[in-house]
Write a protein that binds this ligand. Structure first.
Ligand SMILES: C[S@@+](CC[C@H](N)C(=O)[O-])C[C@H]1O[C@@H](n2cnc3c(N)ncnc32)[C@H](O)[C@@H]1O
Length: 305
């Protein structure tokens, strides 16, 4: 990042859209950090972005920029999108190097392209620094890969507001839902009506990398009830598919997996076929009360490919 404009040099400012990642400063890119260090003004979202700035300060990283918190709470926008756009242009037009710090990746449900267009229409040069999206990084905190050889070869990311009826595939096609907490019951119902069925595993990861981080595991048939009883809240990422069974948090699924035919779910066959799994999972399964399962789980899980 090599902005050359100084404060007060009208018309020579820039805007850099920076993805802050899911809220852990360790997942901010080096390029993003350099942009923050070079900035005169940082316009920051609440989700992800604010936490990263606080962590950087706690680690002794000195940022000299003025920070403007446009903190978007879910369903509540203290600074409306029009106001954010205007702020970016106003500061850049005044010759400042502006960083627009956004949670995750700016181009994944982040309105990044809209902000870029608005600034470019006003003659402001815009650079985009990609970020680590929550769609991939938050499942990772629960040990869930979105693809895994022999279990899932593809995935779809969509928001809870999207047309979930159009999602392709069965439980070997992973579905990741962002902003999906309020519509979870509907989504689970629609997805279970297709090839995935009621026994398809589901994970909800709340506040990934944050203080409220929590993982809830169930199936399409149970997840809405579980989420309600555990009072699951946004922000959360929902993962639907057989890959959820690879999570160290998945022992709750064991009861289903060890059920006799015909209750035995189809994803159990995939694991039974001898796929490699994390030792974390083996440990988690080992720690289960043996009375809760009817099969020698360790031998099943530890069989390598
Ligand atoms: C408006 S979208 C923004 C997504 C963002 N641009 C990204 O790439 O991650 C906000 C949604 O992202 C998800 N999200 C973002 N950060 C999260 C986190 N740390 N933990 C759980 N979910 C998160 C939640 O589904 C939340 O409702």
């Amino acid at each position: 990042m090599t902005g050359t404009a100084g404060i007060g040099a009208p018309g020579r400012g820039t805007v850099t859209l920076v993805g802050a990642g899911p809220g852990d400063a360790g997942l901010l890119t080096l390029r993003g950090l350099r942009a923050l260090q070079d900035a005169d003004v940082i316009v920051a979202d609440r989700l992800g972005a604010r936490a990263v700035l606080d962590q950087l300060a706690a680690e002794g990283v000195v940022l000299t920029a003025e920070v403007i918190d446009v903190g978007k709470l879910p369903g509540h926008h203290p600074v409306p999108q029009d106001g954010i756009n205007a702020l970016l242009v106003e500061h850049a037009t005044a010759g400042r190097r502006v960083v627009r710090l956004k949670g995750g990746d700016p181009f994944v449900y982040g309105r990044g392209r809209e902000e870029q267009q608005y600034c470019e229409d006003a003659g402001i040069p815009v650079e985009v620094v990609a970020g680590v999206t929550s769609a991939v990084s938050v499942p990772a905190v629960a040990g869930i890969p979105l693809t895994h050889r022999g279990i899932a070869a593809s995935f779809t990311v969509l928001s809870g507001h999207d047309q979930i009826e159009q999602v392709p595939g069965g439980s070997d096609h992973t579905v990741v839902l962002l902003m999906g907490v309020n519509t979870l019951g509907h989504s689970a119902h629609v997805l279970s009506a297709g090839a995935r069925g009621l026994d398809c595993p589901v994970a909800i990861i709340e506040d990934g990398y944050g203080e409220r981080e929590r993982v809830t595991i169930g199936t399409l048939g149970t997840i809405a009830h579980l989420a309600a009883s555990r009072q699951v809240r946004s922000p959360a990422v929902v993962v639907v598919g057989d890959v959820v069974a690879l999570s160290p948090h998945a022992p709750e699924l064991v009861a289903l997996w060890s059920a006799p035919e015909p209750r035995r779910p189809h994803w159990a066959d995939a694991l039974d076929a001898g796929l490699a799994v994390d030792t974390g999972l083996i440990q988690a399964v080992d720690s289960l009360d043996p009375a809760s399962a009817r099969r020698p789980l360790t031998s099943l899980f530890s069989r390598s490919r």
